[in-house]
Design a protein around this ligand. Structure first.
Ligand SMILES: Nc1nc2c(ncn2[C@@H]2O[C@H](COP(=O)(O)OP(=O)(O)OP(=O)(O)O)[C@@H](O)[C@H]2O)c(=O)[nH]1
Ligand SMILES: [Mg+2]
Length: 475
């Protein structure tokens, strides 16, 4: 095998790591959301590299002598050919299968944010503002009647997909499936339940060329029915929140947090360890009419209560972190301003001090993007990175076991060879001894023969040859 596997092992420093995300990020000045995609790509490359090594090793295990150009077809004793054990070969095939599954899984990995809050607080409006488009139905009264999961798609036209059928539905049906006010009752709780999910696929790039940054960067946004419409918190959390990287609580700044909202997040923080929760005090445009002093006092009161809720009750952040988690915004103003800038709307709803609220909304978006990308890389991709290290370690154990077995086989063969060599030497010595003995016996024999034949021969040789025919030689 050539080269080294470049997995970012725990304890590696950024400088000695072949794939350093920090270095890459500095190099191309990537924004927070893009880091997740980059990390995913780097992991993809790491897994592709590991896969090549597994394939290479697999080829070696199947035919260990092929790479050494040793032709075993002429081997006199095929059963003596060295083989890798079935256990090691199966182990390697298992690793190959897990690599395939992990590569498929993390291609589907995304960053996920879930919006919760009381009915009509402006969850759908906030999501639309963040998407710079009226993607989800919004309006007065109870609107969203099931979980709406917005994802990016590469098709020019968006579409819907229900969780119970594979068929794609046109976006125009969103009002009837995802809106409690729709005239079609197919999606109403009695038929589908609040816990159902309707996936809303929206083009990452719209027909006018506007690129949707959130959807472009694998962010999945989940809109929920108001927490006050159903007490089914646990099933909601199980079905929609366990893989969420960030939660956004959209509260109504004109009132205060309701018990339902608090209870819901208590359940979330019991089920998930230290969830990332942002609180948007929405409808803050309403404070404009009360004058700055009153607005400041109301703001302080909200901040104090929310701090107690997040820090002291839920323990999801520290006093220092909490400042970055609470915002006072007007999603309606933000959405309408963005639609106006894109030429989709002529006039935009704006109240006094609109600019401050806009700056705050944009600050929320920046911090949210950093948080979601950090959390998703940490929770989702780091797990794959750990798995890659495990796979490499297993491969090494597998190779070590094969090397050990091969070493044993080699030692057995060497012993057998030494035994054969000493047998051969013994045979050769025996043969030499036998040759000597035969030569000795032959000489004795010749001498005996000579001693018996010689006198007769000499006698006869002195007589005339004619007399030989008449008499026989007596031995
Ligand atoms: N003035 C003002 N109105 C807002 C704001 N945000 C939302 N709204 C309005 O509040 C109404 C409800 O907004 P939605 O976004 O549908 O509320 P929701 O939380 O999704 O409600 P459900 O889907 O029923 O749970 C709409 O008429 C919005 O235009 C805001 O910041 N200021
Ligand atoms: Mg809604």
């Amino acid at each position: 095998m050539s080269g080294s596997i470049s997995v970012a092992a725990a304890g590696d420093t950024a400088s000695n790591r072949p794939y350093s995300l920090k270095t890459q990020r500095r190099a191309n000045g990537a924004e927070p959301l893009a880091r997740f995609g980059e990390a995913k790509k780097v992991l993809g490359d790491i897994y592709a590299e590991i896969n090549t090594y597994v394939d290479e090793l697999n080829g070696f295990y199947e035919d260990p002598f092929h790479s050494a150009n040793i032709d075993l077809s002429t081997e006199a004793n095929p059963s003596a050919v060295v083989k890798v054990s079935d256990e090691q070969r199966k182990g390697l095939l298992d690793l190959s299968a897990s690599i395939r599954i992990i590569r498929e899984t993390f291609q589907r990995d995304h960053m996920k944010v879930v919006f919760f809050g009381r009915t009509s607080n402006g969850k759908s409006t906030t999501i639309n503002a963040m998407l710079h488009d009226k993607v989800l139905p919004q309006g007065m009264g109870h609107t969203t009647c099931c979980f709406l999961q917005v994802e990016g798609c590469s098709e020019a036209e968006g579409y819907l997909q229900r969780d119970d059928i594979e068929e794609k539905l046109p976006l125009s049906e969103l009002r009837s499936y995802g809106n409690a006010l729709g005239d079609d009752d197919r999606a109403l709780p009695s038929a589908g339940g609040y816990n159902r999910t309707l996936r809303v696929f929206h083009p990452r790039t719209s027909s006018d060329g506007h690129v949707n940054r959130l959807l472009q960067n694998d962010v999945v946004i989940v809109d929920s029915p108001g927490v006050d419409v159903s007490p089914e918190f646990d099933s909601w959390i199980d079905a929609h929140c366990l893989d969420a990287d960030v939660f956004v609580l959209v509260s109504n700044s004109e009132s205060t947090l309701t018990n339902a909202e608090k209870q819901f997040f208590h359940r979330v923080s019991q089920r998930l360890s230290k969830p990332n929760i942002f609180v948007l005090n929405n409808r803050w445009d309403a404070s404009a009419s009360d004058g700055q002093d009153t607005a400041n006092m109301v703001r302080k009161q909200h901040e104090q209560r929310l701090k107690e809720f997040l820090v002291d009750e839920l323990h999801v952040c520290t006093e220092r972190e909490v400042k970055e988690r609470i915002y006072f915004v007007s999603s309606r103003e933000m959405l309408e301003a963005r639609l106006k800038e894109l030429g989709k709307q002529e006039r935009a709803f704006q109240q006094e001090y609109y600019k401050e609220r806009r700056v705050e909304f944009e600050k929320f978006e920046r911090v949210f993007e950093q948080c979601i990308s950090r959390s998703a890389i940490h929770t989702k991709l780091e797990a794959h990175n750990r798995r890659a290290i495990e796979i490499v370690n297993k491969m090494r154990e597998n190779c070590d076991a094969v090397q050990l077995a091969m070493g044993d086989q080699k030692r057995d063969r060497l012993l057998a060879m030494e035994e054969s060599a000493s047998t051969f030497t013994r045979c050769r010595e025996n043969l030499a001894g036998s040759n000597k003995l035969v030569a000795c016996r032959r000489n004795v024999c010749v001498r005996k023969c000579m001693s018996r034949f010689r006198p007769t021969f000499l006698r006869r040789s002195s007589a005339s040859p004619s007399s030989w025919t008449n008499s026989s030689v007596r031995l």
